[in-house]
Design a protein around this ligand. Sequence first.
Ligand SMILES: [Zn+2]
Ligand SMILES: [Zn+2]
Ligand SMILES: [Zn+2]
Length: 383
Amino acid sequence: MLCVGETVIVEKAHASILLEEFKESHCHHCLHWTPGPVPCHKCSQVGFCSTQCRDEAWDSYHQYECGLTDFLCRTTRDVNTGQHGLLALRTVLKADRRLIIIANEQEKSPESYASQVFDSANYDTVHRLVDNSSQRSTTDIFRRAVMAVYLTSLIQIRDGKDRPDEVLATAVLRLLQSYPCNAHEISHMAIPVPSGFCSQSKSLQLQQIQSCEIGSAAFPVVSLMNHSCNPNVVHLCYGDVMVVKVIHRIARGEEILDNYGYHYATHEKRERQLKLCQQYYFRCRCQSCVEDWPLYRDTPKLTSRPDIADRITKDINNFKKLSCCYPEGSSQLEEAARLFIGHLDAMESDPSINLPVQEYNKAQEGLKLCLALLATLSPHLVF
Ligand SMILES: [Zn+2]
Ligand SMILES: [Zn+2]
Ligand SMILES: [Zn+2]
């Protein structure tokens, strides 16, 4: 049994990219906030939190991208590959060429994985992520093939080669198909006011803090989780490390289920089914879809246990009023998370309570917000 609040996955990104607008405040390599970035030896387009990150980035991929970073960001935006184009290119630049050749040539059967350790750092694990190639139209694949050749050419031409590298272009094409279904957004909780909050005397209402996307990354292990419109885990970003925590008790043998962006309480079933089919090519048959659970506003209230309902309402109201002082705010958030975990446990332990009920959603959303704030709240991340 996995209890609410437990950690089930900790995974470092196989590859990650930082959005251009955060290049002066965050490390290009590990995506952590940094007050005085260490520059690259050769270009002024990237900054790092430490010489260690600078050297790791150089050895891994920046030696190929150096001087081209701004151009690549602009170009991938202009040709509409967005972050996935840049992430695909970086993944391939980081990889050992021999492993790319092997992966391009060998289509392993699922059985061959049974004896392997699934290692995020191994290029093969990224290459084998589902790309839904057989379900894509010829036009779609042709468009992605042109992008793959173009992106690869940018690096090749800079190096004085007159034609794109077929091995790299083939690998980029595969990732351009798989990343729309597998890449993860890296988000931090951000503060809307750029000044004042750094002072320890200032405080901030929690409601002012919002989620802010700073980059994207490939996490091959996290990508293995299937979707549910009523997930039992949530993922949190610590720089380029993703942590997956339980938000609904998981019994032995039960599947760990992620949410791909469409929750039953906030999106109509018809919209969820349509979006999941368009982007991920599957038809969701989770409990909330099969039983057609209502949106949050139409979800019944917890009338059978007024004692629990009252405590949740009180704790939610206190949570909303919370002023978060940095760094002291973390103890208030930890206490709030502990209360929400207790409420979720109490409701899951009571066989008379059947989901969905509004109070369960409230406690779960409160817990998710606490965990996200504890993971990433920084007084320096502003928008
Ligand atoms: Zn760093
Ligand atoms: Zn450089
Ligand atoms: Zn569903």
